[in-house]
Design a protein around this ligand. Sequence first.
Ligand code: IPD
Ligand code: CA
Ligand code: CA
Length: 270
Amino acid sequence: MHPALNIAIKAARRAGQVINRASNELDLLKVATKQPNDFVTEVDKAAEAAIIETLQDAYPGYGILAEESGQTDGKGGADAEYQWIIDPLDGTTNFIHGLPQYAVSIALAKAGQVEQAVVYDPNRNELFTASKGAGAFLNERRIRVSRRTKLQDALIGTGFPYRMFDQIDTYLAIFKELAQKTAGQRRPGAAALDLCYVACGRYDGFWELGLSPWDMAAGSLLISEAGGLVSDLRGDANYLDTGNIVAGTPKVFAPLLKIVGDHLPENHRG
Ligand code: IPD
Ligand code: CA
Ligand code: CA
């Protein structure tokens, strides 16, 4: 196993312990509102601190992009082109409500390309890992995307808007079309896990608009290493920048991308 992946796993498990401990005392949880319907708890922050401490101990020169503490550049030298991309608790709204669908997501990018990925679900003790060129794994067993070939048979994951509503009508139009052309749609509420579910074949496709890099960085490598396809709305690889992502099995991906893309005006199709 790549040493950086090993460290990322250690960091994710430490964060998982912080989260699990707090999940037994949800009534004590202090919740702050970043903006309407965008919450952060002291658990997000404590989990992030545990992750950063673990990663920086091992790789002091690497940069960091983390949801709660923002960006810290690498300290120069050859290591500065590396960046950890961290979501300490993906699915905070679920966590606050005691709904057991959330995860820790950690990726390592070199010059903007994700090379190592860990997503850890502390409820199910499911550890999703991938290294570029070396495949994707769930609890050390190799995973692959599903064999489904038809959109009509596909189960599609998504996330719909809950704090920014400028695209709500587009979402609903896509949702309506996919309701008639797929086997079903799901919105569990943790994008990093949603992407892993494509990687291990639980879903056959996924799409969402307006995500952040830390929601997608690890999960997207899981999908490509599991034999799936991932892109932005143009079919290009800029989803970490545009925030818009479509993913799927090799055959489900193209019809899904077409439906999602066709609902957006050309200049919004990044
Ligand atoms: C959120 C979850 C959710 C997605 C949101 C994300 P957070 O992350 O991934 O599924 O729909 O866009 O912001 O805020 O819980 O880390
Ligand atoms: Ca997130
Ligand atoms: Ca988060």
